[in-house]
Design a protein around this ligand. Structure first.
Ligand code: SF4
Length: 445
């Protein structure tokens, strides 16, 4: 039987040595890094799920490519190696592809980076899947069997089906499972590529969501899920239907949404009881209003009111901030630190503005000659600077960003947020019948 080896590059990467040291040492940062590193690649799990029974398959998730890992894959004698990688790990993925091709194996790469940089990816892999993998996966496998892979497989229309990912490839008790309730996002924030490049915004039918939840619950008791949605509840779907399937499944989950759910009683009243423990909310930049925010753009006070309404409903909020937008100064960095430390956010995420391929932000900075191309894709980690700021030098923004992280993720600040999370979980128990373990998973966010 032909064999396909799935090789997702996972993990959390930081390039700059001082940043790396900070990331590993700050109490509030390291657990989140571990949690991100443990997230499985839903794209490849889905392709595995739709691979015909006439193929055998193996799963080889890796944080760092090692010789031992390469040998493990080569030992499977795959007819094709399917690779997925983010921008920060794509150079490692290309190097891996070259290595296995030299050993006589063929590779295909897909995902957001490969979709936006197909001409680059095809120089390193036998084939590139541009856009969604599902519509073209059977063609890739047929061509691989015949030994006639095309350089590019382009999905011209969104997948009509929602195949069941093959979750059992993750083995027993993975730290988290992922599912999607939708793809893309109706907004178009100019720093965001995830929202529309792979697929236009679409909501998954609840029947397909229920099938995935059922498959996961068949393998794990009360599993912890990360919804791999860009913006859950973003449109006008019947949220009651979605919250029903989540509630009935008994899962616990984290998700990403925008602050407007804090103004929606139909979501708020049922979010905690549906198993949602934490929601990431993009509060973005305090100094720059990004183009494309759409209905998500609002005054900070209104957004924070909504955030606190979510927390009062028993769900912790991880407020996400972007540092380094146009207009950022030493003073604004200090103001951001103060704002975060004085807020009652249960958790925070602070990252550097990053001009990922395919974004309007990248085009803007490129036109202005401000991209630091020499730093390479491996610096696209969200923690390394990749462009020239407008009001600060590169060194000023780098050291200012480290200062923000040091203060925001200090031991005292992290302890305070832990207490806020505990108090939200306590109030949540009063609000729901659901038995929730204190701090279950939240500290890893
Ligand atoms: S709301 Fe979030 S997912 Fe949607 S475009 Fe903006 S950043 Fe991307």
């Amino acid at each position: 039987m032909p064999h396909v080896a799935f090789a997702p590059f996972t993990g959390f990467r930081v390039r700059e040595p001082e940043m790396l040291e900070l990331g590993m040492s700050l109490p509030g940062l390291a657990p989140r890094a571990r949690a991100i590193a443990g997230l499985p690649s839903l794209g490849l799990l889905t392709l595995a799920g739709m691979t015909p029974e006439t193929w055998t398959r193996s799963w080889h998730a890796v944080e760092r490519c090692t010789q031992q890992w390469v040998e493990e894959i080569v030992d499977c004698a795959p007819d094709i190696v399917a690779i997925s990688a983010l921008t920060a790990s794509v150079d490692e993925a290309y190097e891996f592809s070259r290595t296995v091709r030299e050993r006589g194996f063929r590779t295909v790469i897909g995902g957001l980076h490969a979709t936006t940089c197909a001409d680059e990816a095809v120089e390193h892999c036998d084939s590139v899947v541009v856009g969604e993998g599902e519509p073209v996966w059977q063609n890739v496998l047929c061509d691989a069997e015949r030994g006639e892979l095309a350089p590019v497989y382009r999905s011209n229309s969104p997948t009509p089906d929602w195949p069941l990912p093959q979750f059992d490839l993750l083995g027993c008790n993975p730290p988290r499972y992922t599912i999607q309730t939708q793809r893309g996002c109706p907004f178009a924030c100019d720093f965001c590529a995830a929202s529309r490049l792979i697929s236009p915004f679409r909501e998954k039918p609840v029947e397909a969501i229920a099938a995935e939840l059922s498959a996961i619950c068949g393998m794990a008791s009360r599993p912890l899920l990360e919804l791999a949605d860009d913006n859950t509840f973003a449109r006008s779907r019947d949220v009651a239907e979605l919250l029903d399937v989540l509630t009935d499944s008994g899962v616990r989950y984290f998700t990403e949404a925008d602050w407007r759910i804090g103004e929606r009683p139909d979501v708020l009243t049922r979010l905690a009881s549906s198993g949602c423990e934490q929601v990431l909310i993009g509060l973005e930049s305090l100094v720059f209003r990004y183009p494309g925010l759409g209905a998500k753009g609002a005054e900070l006070n209104r957004m924070m009111d909504a955030v606190y309404a979510i927390q009062e409903a028993g769900v912790a909020v991880n407020g996400c901030f972007i540092v380094g937008a146009d207009g950022e100064t030493e003073r604004s960095l200090d103001a951001l630190t103060l704002f975060i430390l004085e807020s009652s956010l249960a958790d925070v995420q602070v990252t550097l503005q990053t001009p990922f391929p395919g974004t309007d932000l990248r085009q803007r900075l490129r036109r202005a000659g401000r991209l630091l191309d020499e730093r390479g894709w491996s610096s696209y980690t969200l923690f390394d600077l990749t462009y020239q700021p407008d009001k600060l030098t590169v060194e000023q923004l780098e050291s200012g960003f480290r200062r923000v992280l040091t203060d925001v993720f200090s031991s005292a600040a992290s302890t305070r947020r832990n207490q806020i999370r505990r108090s939200i979980l306590r109030s949540r128990r009063d609000l729901t019948d659901r038995a929730v373990q204190p701090d279950s998973g939240n500290d890893e966010r």
